[in-house]
Design a protein around this ligand. Structure first.
Ligand code: ATP
Ligand code: MG
Ligand code: MG
Length: 362
């Protein structure tokens, strides 16, 4: 069995690493010859719109998946004519567009921040009047790690930010003064059966995920699973999906979905019986899903911009180092660290050691 992956970044790399013990070979399509997935699978280096690269991938693969939502949906639809592509093009089209995704949430009764479409100055003025300030202006597509968005505090901000981000479709969202952020990762198989990982509490720094840790809250877990399941079923979803929420006044408020494996689920490699990556591969290859049960206390840190002293880090007991083989650049995710422990006190102690060694450059 062969899996073709569009995009050869670290998410694709970890999918390929999970596929190998299942006896599944992988190949990637990525415009960059340096893409890190090339270290673990064959890499076809071509622009996503280049028919030759797409054809090579389709010839190699029994099934095609992708590691990021910015693949043009037309390309996925074209590939889907000759090979099964999961998640389906419809899910991709919705998840890559913030307006389409918010519209879907609201149609399913899932609460979001107040939101409005912004296409020009006049609609921005109207949106600010409706939603009030502070608010967050975001590009509808192509945003990640907090790029392509800005918090608006006053009318001058609104005018300046529109000048900066304008020219592409935008949305305005009410600013949510949340208690904390969490994500829920679900996996749906080809018969529509779903499994879910424990909720994950996420801490961001300058819009970039800094730390993730699974948490227990049966009430929020049930609410989140309900939202994830209804979105996955509306999209005829197959594979792993991550749903990000704000916790506001003790309730969930939907932020966004990612139609793929997700940074906040990297801890599942060591922390769960079957990781988000392996379960994604199982789902798209039509294999039975694995257990999402946790193995023990765990937390994950992103390594951003600068590599810490790995000698010292690897001396921390229970630490797992995942290097993506990328060069250092401010704001770039170049590795992650998973910390495991026998109990919560030990985990806190080990996390403190890791935090003292991290030298992230945002
Ligand atoms: P990701 O890298 O998770 O894909 P992204 O660039 O798609 O991020 P969002 O998840 O929309 O962007 O926003 C990034 C972060 O900015 C959020 O995790 C949250 O901390 C903050 N944020 C976004 N929207 C709001 C909002 N409406 N109110 C308050 N904070 C917000
Ligand atoms: Mg996003
Ligand atoms: Mg996000």
């Amino acid at each position: 069995m062969k899996l073709g992956i569009i995009g050869a970044g670290q998410l694709g790399q970890m999918m390929a690493l999970a596929a190998r013990p299942l006896g599944i070979d992988t190949a990637f399509l990525d415009p960059s010859a340096q893409a890190c997935g090339g270290r673990v699978g064959e890499l076809y280096c071509a622009d996503y719109a280049d028919p030759t690269g797409l054809q090579q991938l389709a010839e190699f693969a029994d099934v095609i998946s992708f590691e990021f939502e910015n693949v043009p949906p037309a390309i996925v639809a074209e590939l889907a004519r000759s090979r099964p592509v999961y998640p389906p093009a419809e899910a991709l089209a919705t998840a890559r567009d913030r307006w389409a995704e918010k519209t879907l949430f609201l149609s399913l009764g899932i609460e979001t921040a107040p939101v409005a479409e912004v296409n020009d100055q006049a609609s921005l003025v109207e949106a600010v009047r409706q939603i009030g300030l502070p608010a967050v202006l975001k590009t509808r597509t192509l945003g990640y790690d907090g790029k392509g968005q800005k918090v608006l505090r006053d009318a001058q901000d609104a005018a300046d930010t529109f000048a900066e981000l304008g020219g592409v479709p935008l949305i305005l969202e009410g600013f949510i003064d949340f208690e904390f952020e969490l994500s829920c990762i679900g996996v749906r198989d080809q018969n529509g059966a779903c499994v879910f990982y424990p909720l994950i509490r996420n801490e961001h720094r300058q819009g970039i995920l800094h730390r993730s840790q699974p948490m227990q809250d049966p009430r929020l877990q049930a609410l989140a699973e309900q939202a994830v399941e209804s979105v996955m079923s509306a999209l005829n979803y197959v594979g792993t999906l991550a749903f990000e929420f704000f916790v506001h006044k003790g309730q969930l408020m939907a932020n966004e979905i990612a139609p793929r494996v997700h940074n906040s689920g990297h801890w599942t490699i060591e922390g769960s019986r079957c990781s988000q990556f392996e379960n994604h591969v199982r789902a798209v290859m039509n294999l039975p899903l694995g257990s999402t049960e946790s193995v023990g206390p765990v937390a994950m840190y992103n390594v951003i911009g600068k590599r810490p002293e790995t000698q010292a880090l690897l001396a921390v007991p229970g630490l797992h180092w995942h290097d993506y083989g990328k060069s250092e650049r401010p704001g770039r995710k170049i590795a992650h660290i998973t910390v495991t422990a026998a109990n919560d006190a030990q985990l806190a102690e080990r996390c403190a050691s890791v935090e003292a060694l991290l030298i992230n450059d945002l």
